[in-house]
Design a binder for this molecule. Structure first.
Ligand SMILES: [Zn+2]
Length: 147
């Protein structure tokens, strides 16, 4: 009799645990739904993207004459992107140094070299002249089909 009672208690406990798990799953699903907060922010995000693009373009134009002002524009663009959670477009992100966050203009503030290697494949090396940080970009090798 005691064993049967204990068994029934165990089953009840298991059911209770399963119900708890189910309720947790449901609550997690509710959290994953897109929030209203994002929809409201779309206009702000569009404005921020326009601002970032304008700032980066003007930074590239002015850098050869006034490097300090160019770097200031880059800082502002990064601040806007962080505040509005908008990503800086990749074509602009590739010309910002990963370490010191300054503009990389070829021949002025950065060195661009191509290095060929038989086994590893050729690569494109960008060196920042202010902090000597290097970025290696490997070229995709063409797949050769052998019959
Ligand atoms: Zn740097």
């Amino acid at each position: 009799m005691d064993q049967k009672a204990s068994n029934s208690q165990k089953i009840e406990k298991n059911e209770h645990n399963e119900q708890r798990k189910r309720s947790k799953r449901v609550s997690m699903k509710k959290r994953r739904k897109p929030s209203r907060f994002r929809k409201q922010n779309t206009i702000i995000q569009q404005l921020a993207l326009e601002r970032i693009e304008f700032l980066m373009e003007s930074a590239i134009k002015i850098y050869s004459r006034n490097p300090e002002l160019g770097n200031r524009y880059v800082d502002l663009a990064r601040k806007y992107s962080m505040a509005s959670k908008v990503k800086i477009p990749t074509k602009y992100k590739n010309i910002i140094c990963h370490k010191c966050k300054k503009l990389l203009i070829p021949g002025v503030s950065s060195r661009h070299r191509i290095q060929s290697h038989k086994k590893r494949g050729s690569r494109y090396i960008v060196t920042c002249l202010t902090c000597n940080h290097t970025v290696h970009i490997y070229f995709q090798q063409k797949k050769t089909t052998t019959k």
